[in-house]
Design a protein around this ligand. Sequence first.
Ligand code: PAN
Ligand code: ZN
Length: 185
Amino acid sequence: MKTLEIVNPPLLFVRELLIGDEVEKSNRTLADLKDIFQDKQSYETIAPETLLYEVYCYLPEKEGTMGALNFGITHIYPGKIGLEYFMTKGHFHAQDDRAEYYWGIEGEGVLILMDRQRNTWGEKMFLGSLHYIPGGVAHRVANTGNTVLSFGACWPSDAGHNYEEIAQNGFSARLMEVEGIPQLV
Ligand code: PAN
Ligand code: ZN
């Protein structure tokens, strides 16, 4: 950083796009979410390489740096496995007390939250929705619309991801389409 110099920012965040040389992209396919969806028969009818969601991340400090913040945008494609919507894997943070913000950018969805007592509830996501996820609360997002659902996230760089617990025990409720409406069952 040069004193008194005014430079361009390293990142652009325009509508649903996160742009920058240091932005990292990852994809999650149906195969990556094997065993997460309830309807195994429907799972078998859809190609394992089907793209469910993409994550664009800016991780300015080494993962695990206390006090630093990560930033990411997730795009979930529309679709269902049986009656269950395309969704993220979902996780607690490895450092369980670390909180996070999510916010809706486009499309429609539900943020599914579960506390340590396994109480599960949801918050609707849409352009402008803002969600505070306290520490100790597992989080997952489902796309309930017919278009891409994009949302932003900002979380501490030392939060880490604990996917194992959700892979083993799931959430205590699933977001399913019941009589045409998304419901936690
Ligand atoms: C988000 C999520 C992202 C993908 O950046 O990691 O939306 O969801 P999964 O990690 O559950 O597959 C976040 O919550 N970071 O902590
Ligand atoms: Zn998280």
